[in-house]
Structure formats: structure tokens, C-alpha cells
Design a protein around this ligand. Sequence first.
Ligand SMILES: [Zn+2]
Length: 70
Amino acid sequence: MPWCVSCDKYLSPNSVSVVGTCSSCGNRVIEGDDKEVKSQKIPWHFWVFVSAAMIYLGWRLVEGLWVLFT
Ligand SMILES: [Zn+2]
């Protein structure tokens, strides 16, 4: 989210001009900390992959034990 230091508030992307200046004061806006938040957040497809791997490995374990004891 764009942040205007002069106005001391977050701006909606619509109120930031194409050159990246604040529409109310004209100063340059900086990108807020949402980039950091995004990089820290684990993407949902990672958990899909992890759960799929766990199901697969769990099944292989069951299968392996089945072969072992029969
Ligand atoms: Zn401003």
C-alpha cells in the first residue's frame, strides 16, 4: 500500500498518480510495508504441496508396513 510521509497516511492506489506522487500534497509516496508482509507469508500452494507430499508418504508408509507384515 502506498504511504505518503507528508500526509502521514496510507493512500489507495487510485489516489496515487502514475508518477508515484500524492494527489493531495504532490510529494513522492513510498511503497508501504506490504512487500515485507507478502514475502513473509507462505503461499497457499506450498501447503497444498506439503499436504500432498504428506498424504503420499503416509500412503507409502502404510503400503510398506502392509507388505512387511503380510
Ligand atoms: Zn500526501
